[in-house]
Design a protein around this ligand. Structure first.
Ligand SMILES: Cc1cc2nc3c(=O)[nH]c(=O)nc-3n(C[C@H](O)[C@H](O)[C@H](O)COP(=O)(O)O)c2cc1C
Length: 189
């Protein structure tokens, strides 16, 4: 059965992780990929991944929704989805999700996942963190989201940024629990 998955990309650093998650999800035959990219993310993607990168992602997705289109399918809880990843998730978007502010489609879709008790994975990215950031992470966790800061797995001895990005992207997709076999290589001890 086809699983609808939403990928939101907001304007935090780490655009490559969102792009890689999009690539992985688009490569899955049983996934219908919906993406929504904020205005700030368009800027960070261009800055960090080049001007062609966003077009490539849009080309791979089944649906690319405009940030302002609060009437899109993914804005409604009646539209069944397997969950949503926001990668990277800015502190602005995190704060809005934590307080139930839904004035753009990424935020509304995230809010819908929470109210429908669906999986919501937030790759919240900022450093260092102030108390407000931490409180917002607690709030979204209490509401059912999974906060997954994109912290490299140094214990795997990565030899390139690409390796770090691939591992983080695979771990994020695994958190959606849509694959029978985990994508991220297991630690065998
Ligand atoms: C190059 C660049 C890097 C940024 N990195 C971060 C970041 O790591 N974390 C963060 O919370 N905001 C970061 N920002 C700021 C956000 O883009 C800004 O707060 C924006 O309003 C977020 O909007 P959005 O949540 O709608 O995407 C960055 C901005 C730029 C231009």
């Amino acid at each position: 059965m086809t699983k609808r998955v939403i990928l939101g990309i907001s304007g935090a650093s780490g655009a490559a992780i969102g792009l890689e998650i999009g690539r992985i999800l688009a490569s899955m035959d049983d996934v219908e990929l919906h993406i929504v990219v904020t205005a700030a993310a368009r800027r960070t993607i261009a800055h960090e991944a080049g001007t062609e990168a966003l077009g490539l992602l849009i080309g791979r997705a089944n649906y690319c929704h405009a940030e302002a289109d609060i009437g899109a399918s993914i804005a409604s809880g009646s539209f069944q989805t397997a969950g949503m990843i926001v990668a990277p998730c800015s502190m602005r978007s995190l704060a809005a999700i934590a307080s139930g502010l839904t004035d753009n489609l990424l935020l509304r879709a995230a809010d819908v996942q929470l109210k429908e008790r669906r999986r919501l994975v937030l790759l919240a990215r900022e450093t260092p963190l102030h108390l407000g950031h931490l409180r917002n992470m607690v709030s979204v966790t209490e509401m059912g989201a999974i906060v997954m800061p994109p912290v490299p797995a140094f214990y795997r001895n990565p030899t390139s940024i690409d390796e770090v990005v691939s591992h983080l992207a695979a771990r994020a997709v695994d958190l959606l629990a849509i694959c029978d076999t985990p994508l991220a290589m297991e630690w065998k001890g």
